[in-house]
Ligand binder design. Structure first.
Ligand code: NAD
Length: 455
């Protein structure tokens, strides 16, 4: 880790409001030093034989598995997410490194028939890449970027969010233990507007892989423009959960709360607009209220907990500002210390602020629609386009609507968005570029085309 020893970042447990760690805070000089170290490490790292690079990534995956409980507990204490969720996320981190270890020698160039010679393409690493990560899925999202970046032969500077740097620091240590050479992964803990901004502007950084809000992403894109950096942006969302009257309503209603209230709603994929066909509206809302009342809110370290607190007092204040209309349901939340907010369902129109802006808290807008074209119109009437779900027993309708929705990731009769081997990313102002799957490798490599004259 690179840091300025004179300034400290204090990290809190959002369930108790207690400080849990104090880390030295990096500034511009430390960001520059990290880039210099990554640059120095690049030639040797890109030259590591593919099978050896794969072996190192595999070793890192194994170390994540061996330290799974420690990583999960750290993530839970720092983010406030239920321990069962943290365990699942750490499991995914290991799977991500396993996947990209296997991808190292499967992402390659081709030969293209041309006249007068032979044409070859190579997949070249970019060099030093800056990875900027948000606080809601700190370790998971770091791994989605590190896996393909390292597999392609890049070296990295990883900047976790100021609120949640702990698992990134531990992951950096595990990478060294795995035998990944010094300088290949550099973790820099510091303010986004200082360290993140510097990485986005730095002439020696070839690409920024950014996940965060649309507003900050816009600034990163502008800062990166000065040096024509490659940019991948994974930004906010306001996704629709579209429930048709011909759906299995019990199943759809049982799943819907977990598509919004998971991670206390602090999820870019939250299906926070629940669109329900008018003819099934009353029945579905009644089932949804019952299901939401069953979400277990409480101590994140309890195995049975399904929803913990929000990340900070500021986040709670921001989330509260969205609840001023027709509340159909408001759940329970613990009293006392911790940034708690109850599961909340609000009846809304798609024009209301709660349906237009990303709440990033456990608040869902329930919106009726008349028929299939109306559902598509409302679902697409948003500047975002990240995820979404369609609930129907009609297979043709499922595919028709899936093709019509302007969004990067969709589920039919399910509410999951993310899988290690499948591409993830947004349409419209939810960003561009894809993470996960083989597609992520495209964003961490350049195609070089070489023609060899043979005539
Ligand atoms: P944020 O945009 O405030 O911060 C994200 C990261 O950017 C942090 O590390 C922050 O320090 C850094 N940053 C802040 N200012 C910067 C600047 N000027 N230059 C460079 N970096 C800077 O986001 P957040 O509040 O940490 O996370 C929540 C947001 O992230 C939500 O909008 C959510 O939808 C989005 N998100 C998107 C995805 C996705 O994959 N699409 C996943 C998770 C979260």
């Amino acid at each position: 880790m690179v840091c300025n020893p004179t300034v400290a970042v204090t990290v809190y447990n959002p369930a108790t409001e207690e400080p849990i760690a104090k880390l030295p805070e990096a500034g511009v000089d430390e960001a520059d030093a990290a880039v210099a170290r990554a640059r120095a490490a690049f030639p040797a790292w890109r030259a590591v034989a593919p099978a050896d690079r794969a072996r190192l990534l595999r070793r890192l995956a194994t170390l994540v598995e061996e330290h799974a409980e420690e990583l999960a507990l750290l993530e839970t204490r720092n983010v406030g997410k239920p321990i069962a969720d943290s365990r699942g996320e750490v499991g995914m981190v290991a799977d991500v490194f396993h996947f990209y270890s296997g991808a190292v020698d499967k992402h390659h160039g081709e030969t293209i028939p041309v006249g007068g010679g032979i044409d070859l393409t190579f997949r070249e690493p970019l060099g030093v890449v800056g990875l900027i990560v948000p606080w809601n899925f700190p370790l998971n999202i770091a791994s989605w970027k590190l896996g393909p970046a390292l597999a392609c032969g890049n070296t990295v500077v990883l900047k976790p969010a100021e609120l949640t740097p702990l698992t990134a620091v531990l992951l950096g240590e595990l990478a060294l233990e795995a035998g990944i050479p010094e300088g290949v992964i550099n973790v820099v803990v510091g303010p986004g507007r200082v360290v993140g901004q510097r990485l986005a502007e730095h002439p020696a950084v070839a690409k920024i892989g950014f996940t965060g809000s649309t507003e900050v992403g816009r600034g990163v894109m502008q800062a990166a423009a000065g040096t024509i950096k490659r940019v991948t942006l994974e930004l906010g969302g306001k996704s629709a959960n579209v429930v048709f009257a011909d759906a299995d309503l019990e199943r759809a209603a049982a799943a819907a709360p977990y598509a919004v209230f998971g991670n206390a709603g602090q999820d870019c994929c939250a299906r926070s607009r629940i669109l329900v066909e008018r003819s099934a509206y009353d029945r579905f809302v009644s089932l949804l209220v019952d299901a939401t009342a069953g979400v277990r809110v409480g101590d994140p370290e309890d195995d049975a907990t399904e929803m913990g607190p929000l990340i900070s007092a500021a986040q709670r204040e921001s989330v509260s500002s969205f609840v001023d209309g027709n509340v159909v349901f408001r759940g329970e939340a613990p009293d006392g210390k911790g940034f708690w907010f109850p599961c909340t369902l609000v009846e809304a129109s798609n024009e209301d602020r709660v349906a237009r802006e990303e709440v990033f808290g456990p608040v869902a807008a329930v919106i009726p629609f008349e028929d299939e074209p109306d559902a598509i119109r409302i679902a697409n009437d948003t500047p975002y386009g990240l995820s979404g779900s369609i609930w129907t027993e009609n297979g043709a309708r499922a595919l028709r609507v899936a093709r019509a929705l302007e969004t990067g990731v969709l589920s039919v009769n399910a509410n999951t968005s993310v899988r290690v081997s499948t591409p993830f990313g947004g349409f419209k102002q939810s960003g561009f570029g894809r993470e996960l799957g083989m597609q992520a490798l495209e964003g961490y490599s350049e195609v070089k085309n070489v023609f060899v004259a043979t005539d």
